[in-house]
Design a protein around this ligand. Sequence first.
Ligand SMILES: Cc1cc2nc3c(=O)[nH]c(=O)nc-3n(C[C@H](O)[C@H](O)[C@H](O)COP(=O)(O)OP(=O)(O)OC[C@H]3O[C@@H](n4cnc5c(N)ncnc54)[C@H](O)[C@@H]3O)c2cc1C
Length: 391
Amino acid sequence: MVMDYMLSEEEQMMIETARTIAVEKMKHVREDYDEKEEFPWEIVKEFAQADLCGVYIPEEYGGFGKGIMGLVLVVEELCKVDGAIALSLAATALGALPIIIAGNEEQKKKYLPDIASGKKLAAFGLTEANAGSDATGMSTVAVKDGDYYVLNGTKCFITNDGDAQTYTIFAKTNPARGARGISCFIVEKGTPCFEFGKKEKKMGIRASSTRELIFNNCKIHKDQLLGKEGHGLMIAQATLDNSRPGVAAQALGIATGALEEAVDYARKRVQFGQTIASFQGIQHMLADMATEIEAARALLYASTRMIDSAKGKRTSKESAMAKLFCSEVAVKVTTNAVQIFGGYGYSREYPVEKMMRDAKITTLYEGTSQIQKNEIALNLIKESATKQTAK
Ligand SMILES: Cc1cc2nc3c(=O)[nH]c(=O)nc-3n(C[C@H](O)[C@H](O)[C@H](O)COP(=O)(O)OP(=O)(O)OC[C@H]3O[C@@H](n4cnc5c(N)ncnc54)[C@H](O)[C@@H]3O)c2cc1C
């Protein structure tokens, strides 16, 4: 029995499609991609063929128009099998959202259809070596020079970096204005003086590429500016409000996959003459894992429905709650899955050690758990102050 979240027929179809790809195309190659730390181009082609790349992109730009809920359902389903391969799709959404949110008609028509069809991947370039949680500390600059901006600086930890063709990049156009001096640009792979730096060697999500982006007097046309000059931070925040449910879905999918593996193993592994599933200690662990996963799913789906119907209103609190809860549950559940497997859980022969490694990143990127808590608390305090003024 599964909980009924009143998903539409189309939503259920998307889940079915994602499940088929995950089981038939991803499951038998996931260890190999992890071991080789190789980008999963063959599987990305499968996503494209199955029309999964554009589920969240509006129909007028070649997508399926199923909003963030569409993205969440697909990412969750794929991540039940592998949280790293599916990231190529989720990180593309992160890179494409600034265009959906702030792009003009011309920019949307130029970039979104190729992303929706899976012909091109996207990436989001905000973080720098000295500007992680505090993105306003960035030192990448974009200096206006006639019809062009000249970009200088280095971004780090960028997902899909080198494999994506379309990059949404944040840079200071007016450093004196601090947070209000940041702007967002679309930069295409192949633009002269735009290069890729060192590739990170990571604990988990090793099938996903994470690299530096280097701009060395890189000239881009002013038509590549997204929204207005100085609106970059607002675009980044609105993007994260929409993209964090994607990370939450990644976490939830990994956790669900780990629980399935743990129940299956517990039913089969015999110690003291009986299956370990018959021990109450193991049963209680499984019960806690299942309950926390379902609570995470309910929170994620409810907040995502709210985000999809927000019509431009900020949903930072709900988005942060979903990401915080789902990612922390994923770390707990995957750690307990390893525990249930005992020593075999620590072996690379079984998938749960990889699930544990892959889960950890969800508490770190797109804002750490501490940053999500800051966001939630800040909104609670604001809401209370607004209520008081209204009285
Ligand atoms: C694999 C991977 C992929 C990534 N992909 C992308 C990407 O595609 N695009 C992109 O732009 N970035 C990406 N990032 C960057 C990621 O978003 C940052 O690493 C993250 O936001 C944290 O920044 P930091 O690493 O500099 O940590 P720091 O900001 O240095 O934080 C260090 C510690 O201090 C805590 N801390 C910081 N500030 C506060 C505070 N105010 N209150 C309480 N605690 C605080 C943090 O929670 C953390 O525990 C990626 C990172 C990784 C590892």
